[in-house]
Design a protein around this ligand. Structure first.
Ligand code: PMP
Length: 393
């Protein structure tokens, strides 16, 4: 039944259907779009395109209402328990969203001697805004200490014991990631909340979470969820920040400055509807199954090493589950060469240092090949990929 369900959904992605010889395996960078999303954009632009919060004629009013409705829709999608208090701020993606939280929301509230804890080895987009906030404040004579949230290499998760030692009376904020964009592991956000206590805001980079796996802000007990709509089946240049509390300059309800990406927001509303109808639990089950198939296959091939977790799959599932992302290296073939060879066989993968902060030193400088999956990918694509990788082994 899962296979039949997947076949029906795959058929709804025109670019995938139209290119049967190519396998798109780079959904962590951006996803393909189902017809319903393309149709929603076309409908919006051909029946009522106008600026939001401007003008008082029907198209402008309808656009304003559509933007507000999409914000409400997103709160529902994230299982927001208190939508009357929270806020949604639309952005161009995760990078801009994290910058908004860092510079517009966090920085004005920090005082001399305050500390923030941020991941030093996650995506660069989840490090540079916090460093920039610190540097902006330093120029104003406010010294904020940035403490690095380390990994525990054996599990691929954060080092929660080390985290407990980093949190003190001056800790004002913690930034973390939901699903790791290289290792593909689900980071244990509950343990971060346990260590932080109830009073410290937690901001989650959910670029690889929203639209890929179910995500409930009520369950995770976080204060910000930042993601890219374009990695969740919506148009390029879309994203959002969900903030638990609608306070601070960037999160005034309705306080848009500048023209929002209204067509992108319309596409996000359609994408959320599509994902909900598809069922994120099933999307997750499908992509996790494909990732496990690939990981198991790679483990049988001596020259390949799968990144991020030294545990067996069974042991790993107890610690954290690998989602639809698998990164690996070949002992002798450099990652970019391997990426090129794979494209010659019709596979579109990412092959470089994968925007990992700190990747310019240590072994991560060598880069890796990353295979990232969504609902349109198939078992047959994974098996074909494994057969090419076997030939190169
Ligand atoms: N954070 C993570 C974990 C990501 O995977 C990405 C995209 N690769 C980003 C941030 C940046 O997203 P965007 O390009 O949409 O700003």
């Amino acid at each position: 039944p899962l296979r039949a369900w997947q076949r029906a959904l795959r058929a709804q992605f025109p670019i995938v259907v139209d290119h049967p010889g190519l396998a798109y395996l780079d959904s962590a960078a951006t996803t393909q779009k189902p017809r319903a999303v393309l149709d929603a954009v076309h409908a919006y632009l051909t029946t009522g395109n106008a600026n939001a919060s401007r003008g008082s004629y029907p198209w402008a009013n309808a656009t304003t209402a559509m933007v507000e409705r999409t914000g409400a829709r997103l709160k529902e999608f994230l299982a927001d328990p208190d939508p009357g208090r929270s806020a949604v701020h639309f952005t161009s993606g995760t990078s801009q969203g994290l910058r908004t939280v860092a510079l517009d929301w966090l920085a004005p509230q920090l005082a001399d001697g305050d500390e923030i804890v941020v991941p030093f080895e996650d995506h660069q987009a989840n490090l540079s805004p916090w460093i920039e906030a610190r540097d902006v404040l330093a120029r104003q004579g406010v010294a904020v200490r940035v403490r690095g949230l380390p990994y525990q290499d054996s599990s691929g998760d954060y080092d929660h014991r080390a985290l407990a030692g980093l949190i003190g009376p001056r800790t004002r904020f913690i930034a973390a990631t939901h699903v790791h964009h290289v290792r593909g592991g689900d980071m244990n956000v509950h343990r971060i909340r346990e260590a932080a206590g109830p009073g410290v805001p937690i901001c989650l980079d959910a670029a690889q979470g929203v639209g890929h796996v179910p995500l409930s802000v009520a369950d995770l007990d976080v204060d910000f969820v930042v993601f890219s709509g374009h990695k969740a089946l919506a148009l390029p240049g879309t994203g959002a920040v969900w903030a638990r509390q609608a306070r601070g300059p960037a999160f005034r309800p309705g306080g848009w400055s500048g023209t929002p990406n209204t067509a992108g927001i319309a596409s996000l509303a359609a994408a959320l509807d599509w994902l909900e109808e598809a069922g994120l639990e099933r999307v997750e089950r499908w992509t996790v199954g494909l990732a496990a198939r690939l990981t198991e296959g790679l483990r049988r091939l001596a020259p390949y090493r799968v990144l991020g977790c030294q545990l067996s799959l069974a042991a790993m599932s107890e610690v954290q589950r690998r989602r639809g992302i698998v990164s690996f290296r070949h002992r002798d073939i450099p990652a970019d060469d391997l990426g090129f060879i794979l494209f010659e066989h019709g596979f579109m993968v990412r092959a470089d240092t994968l925007c990992q902060a700190g990747a310019d030193d240590g072994e991560d400088r060598a880069g890796a090949v990353r295979v990232s999956l969504h609902v349109y990918n198939t078992e047959e694509e994974i098996d074909r990929l494994l057969s090419v990788l076997t030939d190169l082994a």
